[in-house]
Design a binder for this molecule. Structure first.
Ligand code: MG
Length: 291
């Protein structure tokens, strides 16, 4: 099942992609919080609401499936072997071990999430000039829990979606802690929907990213340093995870920072991310304008 949030006839709706992938069947329920109430309902064993119409996918105005996640997104840094290697020649060289003992975990604020085709706004150049993309598989937690054991972890996955963990590298490095450089308004494109875990093996899928049609990232989640069960185990150590929580699992090699010289995003650039078994998001980058 693919849960979709969209803007339709002046309001936010939530629906389910039809079997042939051509239309969205709309649920007769309040769509304000996107797919979150549906995730919560299914986890609690309740039925989905009835549908009350449908709209063609082609031309639909898709929003992030979780337009405002219930709290900060958990995000994992430096989690693909090839990406860890490319960072050894960057500003991370002083602490870029081949493999860390523990996952690097930081967060993005919920308010930076935008839809799968929304514009990403480049902040004022006085704030940052080093904008980078990070294609990532994101886990959407289903059944919550604390101290989830690795062996049980995949049972807590509701499904998967795509995020672009857009990053201001200069700000990321400036503050010792990454959250500011990761949380600018619009810095988390998400979508195009949530694919439930019964339809996708997130532990073995292909992640690709293009900038203006140039392929920059191409990897399988089999290259993860810390696999999905380990990430769920780690994030739930002493912290209760709740249905609808999001864990972005890290990005493959090929980010702009890893190039020599680095290649930052600018106004007019388009970043497209595809993950096999999920779909594609594509976002244009625009310069912030002052009214
Ligand atoms: Mg990332």
């Amino acid at each position: 099942m693919r849960l979709v949030t969209l803007h339709h006839e002046g309001r936010r709706r939530v629906g389910r992609l039809s079997g042939d992938g051509r239309q969205i069947d709309l649920f007769a329920t309040d769509g304000t919080h996107g797919a979150l109430p549906l995730v919560q309902a299914l986890v609690a064993g309740r039925a989905l609401p009835p549908t009350d119409g449908s709209v063609a996918l082609d031309g639909a105005q898709l929003l992030a499936p979780l337009p405002l996640p219930r709290r900060n997104l958990f995000c994992v840094g430096r989690n693909y072997h090839a990406h860890a290697k490319e960072l050894r020649d960057t500003v991370f060289k002083d602490n870029a071990k081949a493999v860390d003992a523990w996952p690097i975990v930081f967060t993005k604020v919920p308010e930076c999430v935008v839809g799968p085709t929304a514009d990403v706004v480049l902040p004022d150049p006085a704030i940052t000039t080093q904008i980078d993309y990070e294609a990532e598989l994101a886990i959407v937690i289903g059944r919550g829990g604390k101290n989830i054991r690795r062996d049980d972890a995949l049972q807590h996955v509701f499904g998967y979606t795509i995020v672009n963990d857009v990053t201001a590298r200069d700000v990321q490095m400036r503050h010792g802690q990454w959250d500011l450089g990761k949380s600018f308004d619009t810095f988390c494109p998400m979508g195009p929907w949530i694919v439930t875990a019964d339809e996708l093996d997130g532990t073995d899928t292909r992640v690709r990213c293009w900038v203006n049609d140039e392929l920059r990232q191409d990897a399988s989640t089999t290259d993860l340093i810390f696999d999905l069960p380990t990430l769920i185990e780690t994030c739930s150590r002493g912290i209760t995870l709740h249905p609808g929580d999001v864990i972005a699992t890290g990005t493959p090699a090929g980010v702009g920072m890893g190039m020599s010289p680095p290649r930052w995003l600018g106004a007019g650039d388009r970043v497209r991310i595809s993950i096999d078994g999920i779909g594609t998001i594509e976002n244009r980058f625009i310069q912030e304008t002052h009214a």
